[in-house]
Structures are given as structure tokens and as C-alpha cells.
Design a protein around this ligand. Structure first.
Ligand SMILES: [Zn+2]
Length: 329
């Protein structure tokens, strides 16, 4: 039986077609701002970390009503001040006990994942998702760990988020940057997403997958390679100048090449007490990009109108297959 999946347009990432016309008029390059919402509550998950570092502080914040990882309003205020918008990708992880095989219940790593789980249909999340949308931010999908290889799961997560949003989502990024090429992109394509922003590294900054968005199926579906994940930078708490210089170098490289540069700052990194320096660095990055003549915004704004799901290509997948998996939260 023929799978209704688009074929990868080349046998390597390097060989894939590129979207060369993604830049809005008059801009020297594009800076796409993204936030993966992994865990908006510090919550009980920090009990795990409490065994390793700063136990008193972590225990106190875990048990208090304060929510140091709830940074939505802070980020919206900051970006409002800077005159920019970004994308927030929401995660809808499976319930360990309800949805995963029994053998997985006993792995401590799974407990750490699942104790940090949140529910996008909880009232406070619903409010924030709608506020973001109303304010012009992009709300996208942060596909759960297993969804990279599970199209039905991915489709369900998209549907739940869209029901909360009351609108369709355009794209997103997979949790842990987990990506099977070409399958995960085929699943995105099939369920009607117009882009993916997963391709990248949690340990290396740079344009490792080139300067322009990829068109893996030689149609309107775009892949935005990740240029900077905040945790791959020198720690701005102890080495702010080095971190800023890395950002400066990449911004200049982007400007020289008319690139689309994509950055990821997890919302919890905007908490100055727990992640000192990251918020200031983000602000500097946006201001510097603006000085250099960049267009700044969420990836959705650079996508063509979403093609109708029914008109998508249905060629058989070819044999190209490789897996990306990176250890990042
Ligand atoms: Zn994630």
C-alpha cells in the first residue's frame, strides 16, 4: 500500500531546496523569536533537582505558591517594550500512567518528565494562550517527546491546542529537538502544519543547517533551522561579554548572508534570580538585531499562506532516513 506521504526532495539536508525569498521587504535579515513552554510551573519537579543543588531555595520555591517559571506576562511586557512579537510553543505531554506502557512507569527519568507535565486545557493556561493570541503572538505546537514518531499522537496534541486557541496553529518545534528525518516532517505536513523549527542543536550555536529555511518536500512546507538555544551560549551570569559576543558574531553573519536566524529562549530563563543574565542578553539581542536592520518576529509570519490539507502531495516516501536527538529540556 502506498503511504500518503510527501517524498524528501534530496538525500541530505545540504541538498534540500531553500526558501530564498523569506525576507520581508527592506530587511537585511530575519530574526525569529521562539519560546518552548516546557514547564510553566516550577512545582514538584524541582524536588528532583533539590537533591543536587541549592536544596533550601528549590524546596521553598517548589512548595510555595510563587511560580518562578511562570514568565508569560514578563515576556509579553518585555517584547511589547521592544516592539516585537514571538512564538510560544505549547507542550501537551502524555499522562505516564494513563498513556504509556507499564514498563515505562519504573524509569526515574520518566517520572522527572511526567511530574513536570502541565495541561494546556487548565484555566490559567487557556487564559494565557488566548492573551498571547489576542496580543499578536504566535501560539504553536511543542510536539511531545513520543510524538516525533507517532503521527496520531501529534495530531491529537495539535487538535487539543487548536481547541484551546479557537484557531489553527501554523507550526512549532518538537520537545528535546527530537526529530526523525523525514518522518517527523512528513507527519507535520500530513496534519496540516506549515513549518517546523526543530532542526538544530542544544549544545552548539550557529548556522549549521545553512542560512535559509529548507523546503524538504519542495513545496510550501518550511523548516527553520535553530541558530541559538540559550543554554548553548556561554553562561551570561559568569561570562556575559562572551555570550554577547557570540550573539553579535551570529547577528553579523546573518546580516552578511541575508539569513533567517532563529533563537530559542525557554520562558523560565527570563527569571533573573534562577537564570541571571539571560533576560538582559535576550533584550540586547533583539535591540542589536533591530539596529542591524533585521525584521524580527515569529516564524509564522514568514510562511506562505497555509496550503489546504487536501492539496498536499501524496508521493511515496523515499529511503532517506536519519535521526536527530538532542539532550535539552
Ligand atoms: Zn521542550
Amino acid at each position: 500500500m502506498t503511504a500518503k506521504r510527501p517524498a524528501l526532495a534530496a538525500e541530505s539536508i545540504e541538498g534540500l531546496p531553500r526558501e530564498q525569498d523569506a525576507l520581508p521587504d527592506d530587511s537585511t535579515f530575519a530574526l525569529c523569536l521562539t519560546h518552548d513552554v516546557d514547564r510553566p510551573y516550577k512545582g514538584i519537579r524541582s524536588l528532583y533537582y533539590a537533591t543536587r543543588e541549592r536544596p533550601a531555595y528549590h524546596l521553598r520555591t517548589a512548595l510555595s505558591t510563587a511560580n518562578p517559571y511562570w514568565q508569560f506576562e514578563e515576556i509579553m511586557a518585555l517584547e511589547d517594550e521592544l516592539g516585537v512579537r514571538s512564538a510560544f510553543y505549547f507542550l501537551n505531554e502524555q499522562h505516564l500512567l494513563a498513556d504509556r506502557p507499564i514498563r515505562e512507569w519504573f524509569a526515574p527519568a520518566n517520572w522527572v518528565q511526567h511530574l513536570g507535565r502541565y495541561d494546556v486545557t487548565a484555566p490559567d493556561l487557556v487564559d494565557v494562550i488566548r492573551d498571547l493570541d489576542d496580543g499578536g503572538w504566535e501560539v504553536g505546537l511543542h510536539g511531545s517527546y513520543h510524538s516525533a514518531n507517532d503521527p496520531e499522537r501529534l495530531r491529537e496534541e495539535k487538535t487539543v491546542l487548536e481547541n484551546v486557541l479557537g484557531d489553527s496553529v501554523t507550526g512549532g518545534r518538537q520537545h528535546y529537538l527530537k526529530l526523525s528525518v523525514p518522518e517527523t516532517w512528513q507527519y507535520h505536513h500530513t496534519i496540516g502544519l506549515a513549518y517546523d523549527a526543530t532542526l538544530g542543536s542544544s549544545t552548539e550555536c550557529g548556522f549549521h543547517a545553512g542560512y535559509h529555511p529548507l523546503r524538504p518536500f519542495d513545496d510550501d512546507f518550511l523548516v527553520f533551522p535553530l541558530t541559538i538555544m540559550e543554554q548553548a551560549l556561554p553562561d551570561p551570569a559568569s561570562a556575559f561579554v562572551a555570550a554577547r559576543e557570540t550573539c553579535e558574531r551570529l547577528l553579523l553573519e546573518a546580516a552578511d548572508n541575508g539569513a533567517v536566524m532563529t533563537v530559542l529562549w525557554h520562558p523560565r530563563y527570563f527569571n533573573e534570580r534562577e537564570f541571571p543574565g539571560y533576560r538582559d542578553l535576550y533584550q540586547w539581542l533583539v535591540e542589536r538585531a533591530s539596529e542591524l536592520g533585521a525584521w524580527i518576529g515569529p516564524p509564522r509570519a514568514l510562511c506562505a499562506d497555509r496550503p489546504a490539507q487536501a492539496s498536499r502531495a501524496d508521493a511515496t516516501a523515499n529511503e532517506v532516513h536519519f535521526t536527530y536527538e538532542r539532550a535539552n529540556p
